[in-house]
Design a protein around this ligand. Structure first.
Ligand code: COA
Length: 434
């Protein structure tokens, strides 16, 4: 009879001992974002002299990402699922690779054998009385990878909340346990400027009582949430969420009562926020975490009532093409769940909406985000065929069903006034030979 407690106690070790299980040429999948097992990634990086050509696969790297720094080229190769502040330079410089892949289809990278899962490095909550550990704030691709890995090394972090849902891994499926009380990484709420507040108000105007929301991270989603205080019976089915959600739940604005899938539950796959958020979700029956190939599957999303997705972008051309993960040939972030939720919202019960909400300018007002044509070499994130609403601080442009000329006029009308004439002149010259 397998005794999980014996297995657990007999396989507790230090991070340095645990990462000895990693061999040269291994593919190592690391838990996402604030759920990164920092004791393990640091110990793995410090073991560089013993290792050659280890592939390190993850989405947003919030830690030091030492394996992606110059000088590590023969020891590690980072394969990025989403560029971050400590990894995008390595991608630009060819020292790391980026895989374009919808979040909904990332676990199938492992399932279909595109990426072997030799070792999974995950962060979990301490085991419960049944011998199960929760992946807490980062279930996403981390749990599917751990379920497929040849070897699983878990940082058992006393600060990792025990989130509920399909978020658990049995102790018997983990090979090595490294105890830690590292504080989880946090992302502080962004300061909302008047621009974000105005954009948030426009977003809120499109949201009816009873809608099911998906929103990303940052000042705009937080501003949109703050503008919804007078809405009723909102639901949440979202790829990720942050602290901005809590006040609306506590005020009863978000109660999931009209949801047609997982009613009354906040459904998500990862979160990035502060300790207050992590404490709030601990053992909270309102919150259910699931792997991302469930949460982000457009056909699952579509089973929700009146889905509204709110995402952002870097550049929008006058045809309605959205660049949300690259600036010219430089990879900035990743597709994330943007397209998953645009497609799911479109098909949702009762009809849904998708919003791309951006400030009209970037780089401290020196460039327009609405452009005649994307920078040369830019990868398109969302095609013009499926973009619905575009919002800036100057207003709302609905592109679905509109002609190219109507799109041009609608997008110029919500661009920053200083750039309107130039955009119109260049666009007419480019597309109409004017
Ligand atoms: N030209 C040049 N620089 C630009 C630019 C443009 N068109 N657009 C943005 N930038 C710069 C900004 O000025 C900023 O630089 P700075 O930090 O030096 O000021 C930087 O790029 C980031 O821009 P910002 O608007 O602050 O990004 P953000 O943190 O709000 O994230 C996205 C915006 C689009 C990158 C982010 O939403 C994303 O990655 N989206 C794709 C994934 C997705 O939609 N996921 C779904 C839910 S999470």
């Amino acid at each position: 009879m397998f005794n999980w407690l014996d297995h657990y106690q007999n396989n507790i070790c230090t991070a340095d001992e645990a990462v000895k299980a990693i061999r040269s040429k291994d593919y190592v999948i690391v838990s996402h974002a604030c759920g990164e097992p920092r004791s393990l990634t640091r110990a793995m990086s410090e073991r560089y002299a013993d290792l050659r050509d280890v592939k390190v696969v993850h989405r947003v790297g919030m830690g030091e990402c030492l394996y992606a720094q110059p000088g590590m080229e023969e020891h590690f190769r980072h394969i990025s699922l989403f560029g971050g502040v400590n990894t995008r330079k390595a991608i630009y410089e060819g020292r790391a690779d980026y895989i374009p892949r919808f979040i909904s289809e990332t676990p199938s990278l492992f399932l279909e054998g595109h990426i072997p899962v030799d070792v999974a490095l995950i962060t979990v909550s301490p085991p419960d009385k049944f011998g199960y550990c929760s992946l807490g704030i980062s279930v996403d691709y981390s749990l599917p990878a751990a379920r497929m890995a040849k070897i699983v090394i878990a940082e058992v972090n006393s600060n990792m909340p025990r989130t509920l849902g399909d978020s658990f891994i049995s102790v018997k499926d983990i090979n090595h346990f490294v105890l830690s009380d590292f504080p989880l990484m946090e992302v502080a709420p962004t300061i909302q400027t008047d621009i974000e507040i105005q954009i948030g108000n426009y977003c809120a105007d499109l949201i009816e009582d009873g809608c099911t929301l998906q929103m990303g991270i940052g000042a705009i989603p937080d501003a949109a949430l703050a503008a919804m205080v007078n809405k009723k019976d909102l639901g949440i089915h979202t790829e990720m969420f942050s602290d901005g959600l809590i006040p609306l739940v506590e005020q009863g604005v978000i109660n999931g009562s009209k949801k047609t899938l997982h009613p009354y539950k906040i459904i998500s796959t990862f979160m990035m926020g502060t300790k207050a958020l992590y404490d709030w979700v601990d053992d909270n029956p309102l919150v259910e975490m699931h792997p991302e190939n469930y949460i982000n599957d457009p056909w699952i999303i579509a089973q929700n009532y009146k889905v509204v997705s709110i995402n952002s972008a870097l550049q929008i051309d006058v045809l309605g093409q959205i660049s949300a993960d690259a600036i010219g040939p430089k990879q900035f972030s990743g597709v994330g769940g943007q397209v998953d939720f645009i497609r799911g919202a479109k098909r949702s019960v009762g009809g849904g909406k998708s919003i791309i909400a951006v400030p009209s300018t970037a780089s401290r007002g020196t460039v327009s985000r609405i452009v005649p044509a994307l920078y040369e070499g830019t990868a398109v994130t969302t095609t013009r065929n499926e973009v619905d609403y575009v919002i800036t601080e100057y207003g709302v442009a609905q592109l679905a069903g509109k002609t190219n000329l109507q799109r041009l006029n609608a997008l110029v009308s919500i661009s920053h006034p200083d750039f309107r004439d130039e955009i119109m002149f260049k666009a007419k010259k480019l597309y109409y030979g004017a």
